[in-house]
Design a protein. Structure first.
Length: 139
């Protein structure tokens, strides 16, 4: 059972093609859509080095935050104009040391690192498998 007052760690599960939600070291859920608050984008350097060395993916990158009970909360807040900065985020262990903004054709030449976000929506997408959308509050 998920404790919504404790942080979770969410990562893309390559085998299930869903997001895995880990809390206190135990996988407690799998989801195609979820939302988090007070988020940190984490990359384990040792796991990343192993991926680059062996050419085989492992769980070493994900998002830490507090799971929202309503997975569509963030989307509704965006639709109602509460958040103005919306950025798609990606992580490629072979090209980037951190999560980066998906800005289009310049992603690889001028990556913009992402370390934290107020809110994050995480989706299962039919074309690219996994998408992360971050939001920051209007000033």
């Amino acid at each position: 059972m998920i404790d919504y007052n404790k942080r979770v760690y969410v990562y893309w599960n390559l085998h299930r093609k869903l997001w895995s939600v880990r809390q206190s070291g135990v996988v407690v859920d799998h989801a195609g859509l979820l939302s988090l608050r007070d988020c940190k984008f984490l990359v384990g350097k040792a796991g990343q080095a192993r991926v680059r060395r062996e050419g085989k993916k492992n769980v070493h990158a994900g998002v830490s935050g507090y799971l929202l009970e309503d997975p569509c909360f963030v989307d509704r807040a965006v639709w109602n104009g509460l958040y103005d900065k919306q950025v798609w985020v990606k992580y490629n262990p072979y090209k980037n040391d951190t999560f980066v903004q998906r800005t289009g054709v310049c992603d690889d030449t001028n990556p913009i690192p992402v370390y934290a976000a107020d809110f994050v929506s995480m989706y299962k997408d039919f074309y690219q498998d996994c998408l992360i959308h971050l939001h920051t509050h209007q000033d």
